[in-house]
Design a protein around this ligand. Sequence first.
Ligand code: SF4
Length: 346
Amino acid sequence: MKQETLSPVKYRETEDKTLLSVRDLRVWFELKRWGFLHAGFVRAVDGISFDLQKGQAITIVGESGSGKTTLLRTILGLAVPTGGEIIFGGRKLDFTKDSDVTWLRWQVGFVQQDPYGALAPFMTVYRILREPLIINKVKRGEHMPRIREALEEVRLTPVEDFLNKYPHMLSGGQQQRLVVARALILRPMLIVADEPVSMLDASVRVEILELMRKIQRDYDLSVIYITHDLSSVRYFSERVFVMYAAKLVEMTEVNEVISNPLHPYTQALLHSIPDPEPENLTQIRDVPAGEPPSLVHPPPGCRFHPRCPHIMTGLCDTEEPPAFEPCPGHLVECWLYKDGGLPEKR
Ligand code: SF4
């Protein structure tokens, strides 16, 4: 493992295996006021709790507008929580302190969705990779070894052929490799990747995911991978968290979510994956109608109840379901599992 040589952070040597602990996190944005009228809040993240272990890769999957990106931006220190807490590397973060936010940004690397938009078009590869080193006051003598190491890690080699290129001279896949190299260059503890392959050609998506998985394993990095595409999770992570309307509704192992999805929303997500087999093209898929609810006025009870084919009126539309564990390690927020096991018919 290369991890010991890469990390400047002391807590790697501690016994505690938990890198990130998110507890009842809420991120609400206040809507514009009209005179004395208070229009309310957008509840982008509304009571989320989970742990991420050192060296673990998790995927957060959900539709656009479910709050995934706000959750990720909060973990990056780019949004301020309204409530709850984030503990990173044993340190409870105070988002009102610049020192905590700066420290957090050093620990977390970011891989954006749109590689071309994420790279300054007027800067060469060398300058793009050197910039975070300068901003974070890394010694000048370390710049070139780190740049070389990062480029070799993402297989942009021979390194000399790429140093003086501009982003527009690279293919989409090469641009995303460069974004990954920039995320690695400060040797972070955690990488967060926001739909990192959704804007790439299908032919290079798997290649980029496999490259990120290899780097994650080689460096024992923790990774949070955000996507709306459940079909891509098997390439990458060990655990999957399904997010709907600002809440986590199902948390389990990646194979379990594919073979035994429990929440009706997760089942709907799986049904919405296109099947490339020609004989299956005419199959009618069981995808619930309707749109995700407003995050300003979310529905009472279970937030999925207006779309759910299994709704139990009087319960689902009035009381919010807690997390049940019908199978070991498989958590689901749905009243169907209130008796502790799997219902006979789902
Ligand atoms: Fe459907 Fe009720 Fe479960 Fe919500 S709690 S997903 S409405 S069955």
